[in-house]
Design a protein around this ligand. Structure first.
Ligand SMILES: [Zn+2]
Length: 256
């Protein structure tokens, strides 16, 4: 606000995207494994209190990314799409029939923890065989012993067999996830964002397309396209601003 020369009184509403699972109606983060101390944390209330009572909306980062892509990105005007982020972690949100699927407690769309294998490394969520445990950047890097996933892809490209096997396994996991999404949800788009997808589309989007073409049911396979996200690294930031504007105006029912 200081940089833009604006005063707090000129701000209509605050927006915040946060990792989850969280309660987007009350702005409470249930649990954020990567943020110490964020257990049942009233994030919206705390932000509001530190901004002189400004109304603040908090929502899940992937929900905000899906709202951003739906309103200003790759999924404008699309009623049935899946947003998938392949980044440090794996996450997503599902929009079906023009409505975001929230589930009974608002945690729907945790696509990273969709099991895609009968066995595999233990996932951070406590389960095993999750798509995230094979294909997320952090997991790939840890399994190879590198600082980031880019090193793993680079090693695979230069012929390192162990890196090649990890990359092939990540591709297979994303392929399984894509076939499941196409068959179970029949979306017209799977919008794929996140830093790994952005830098390695050949290892992320392509295996998803191939798997759908080879193994999904014919009708859903022929009606779905796997496309890159349009809004880049700021997708959740932009989405949260759009979403807060909609909520403050009494709109946005489709994603609430
Ligand atoms: Zn998991």
């Amino acid at each position: 606000m200081e940089r833009s020369g604006r005063a707090l009184g000129e701000i209509a509403v605050g927006a915040c995207s946060a990792p989850g699972p969280l309660d987007y109606r009350r702005g409470i983060v249930h649990e954020a494994p990567n943020l110490v101390g964020m257990i049942e944390f009233p994030l919206a209330e705390r932000l509001s209190a530190s901004l002189d009572g400004l109304l603040v909306f908090v929502d899940h980062d992937t929900a905000m990314a899906a709202v951003g892509e739906a309103m200003a990105g790759s999924a404008v005007g699309v009623a049935d799409f899946v947003y998938l982020t392949v980044s440090t972690g794996l996450g997503g949100k599902i929009v079906s029939g023009g409505r975001m699927l929230r589930g009974v407690r608002g945690t729907a769309g945790e696509l990273g923890h969709f099991p895609v294998a009968l066995e595999g490394p233990r996932c951070g969520c406590g389960s095993f065989g999750c798509a995230e445990s094979f294909a997320a950047g952090r997991n790939l890097a840890e399994q190879f012993g590198a600082v980031d996933a880019e090193r793993v892809y680079a090693a695979a490209a230069s012929g390192d067999a162990r890196a090649g096997a990890l990359v092939a396994r990540a591709e297979a996991a994303l392929g399984n996830l894509a076939v499941g999404l196409a068959n179970a949800l029949n979306p017209s788009l799977i919008v794929v964002g996140g830093s790994v997808a952005e830098h390695q589309p050949v290892h992320v989007l392509e295996p998803m397309r191939r798997a759908i073409a080879m193994r999904a049911f014919r009708v859903p396979a022929s009606s779905v396209m796997v496309v890159p996200a349009a809004l880049g690294a700021d997708v959740a930031l932009l989405g949260s601003v759009l979403a807060a504007r909609e909520r403050a105006a009494g709109r946005g029912e489709w994603f609430l």
